[in-house]
Design a protein around this ligand. Structure first.
Ligand code: GRF
Length: 205
C-alpha cells in the first residue's frame, strides 16, 4: 500500500474521535505546518468534546454509533460510507475507541495513536496495564491500523518515563503531551513525502 499525495496539494484527512479530542486539536492547530486539511471529523458517539472542537472550527462532522446497527459489519460499512463522502487521503484514529473492520480498512489508509510502546500493552487500558506491570518507561506509538488490536506496522514511537507516585491519570497526561507532538510529526511526514509499507516496515518516500 502506498499513497503519495499529489505534489503541491494539501492532504485531506478524516479524523475519528471518541472523547476529548486533544489529539484532534493538535492536528487542527498544525494544519498549515503539516500541509493538511481536516475535511471531516467522525465519531462513534454524540456529545463529546472532540466533536465540539470540530464544530468550533466549522469542520464537518458525522456520527455513526454502533448501537444504531444490527451487526458490527453493518456499522463498519456505514462508517466507511460516511468517511468516503469526504474523499480522504488518510484517516487518523485519534482516541477512537472502536475496532475498525474490513469495509473501512480495505478502502482507506488508517493510522492510530496509542498510549504505549507497542507491541507492549495493546488495547483500551494501555496506561493502567503499564503501571500494573511496573515498567520504568512506557510511551506512545503511531501505527498503521490492520485487522488486529493495535497490531499494525509501527511508524514512530516516543518514550515517557514512569515517575514515582504516578497514577493512570498523571501518567496518561504526560504521555498525551508527547503523543500529540508525535502524531503531528508523523502526519506531516506521511502527507509531505508519501509512504509505502513493505512487510511491517513503513518507508517514507
Ligand atoms: C489518547 O491517549 C489515545 O492514544 C487514547 O486515548 C487518548 C485520547 O485522547 N486511545 P484525546 O481524546 O485525543 O484527548
Amino acid at each position: 500500500m502506498s499513497i503519495p499525495p499529489t505534489p503541491q496539494s494539501r492532504a485531506r484527512l478524516v479524523v475519528l474521535v471518541s472523547g476529548g479530542g486533544t489529539n484532534l486539536q493538535a492536528l487542527i492547530d498544525a494544519e498549515d505546518f503539516a500541509d493538511i486539511d481536516i475535511v471531516a471529523v467522525g465519531a462513534d458517539r454524540y456529545g463529546i468534546d472532540g466533536l465540539r472542537r470540530a464544530e468550533a472550527e466549522a469542520i464537518p462532522i458525522f456520527v455513526v454509533p454502533v448501537e444504531d446497527f444490527s451487526s458490527r459489519a453493518d456499522w463498519d460499512s456505514a462508517l466507511a460510507l460516511a468517511i468516503a463522502e469526504h474523499e480522504p487521503d488518510l484517516v487518523v484514529s485519534a482516541g477512537f475507541m472502536k475496532i475498525l473492520g474490513d469495509h473501512v480498512l480495505d478502502q482507506f489508509s488508517v493510522i492510530n495513536t496509542h498510549p504505549a510502546l507497542l507491541p507492549r500493552f495493546p488495547g483500551a487500558h494501555a496506561v493502567a496495564d503499564a503501571l500494573v506491570a511496573g515498567v520504568a518507561e512506557t510511551g506512545c506509538t503511531v501505527h498503521f491500523v490492520d485487522e488486529g488490536v493495535d497490531t499494525g506496522p509501527v511508524i514512530e514511537q516516543r518514550s515517557v518515563l514512569v515517575e514515582a507516585g504516578d497514577d493512570v491519570e498523571s501518567l496518561h497526561e504526560r504521555i498525551k503531551v508527547v503523543e500529540r507532538e508525535l502524531l503531528v510529526q508523523v502526519v506531516r511526514q506521511l502527507c509531505r513525502s508519501g509512504w509505502s509499507i513493505e512487510g511491517r516496515e513503513v518507508v517514507f518516500s
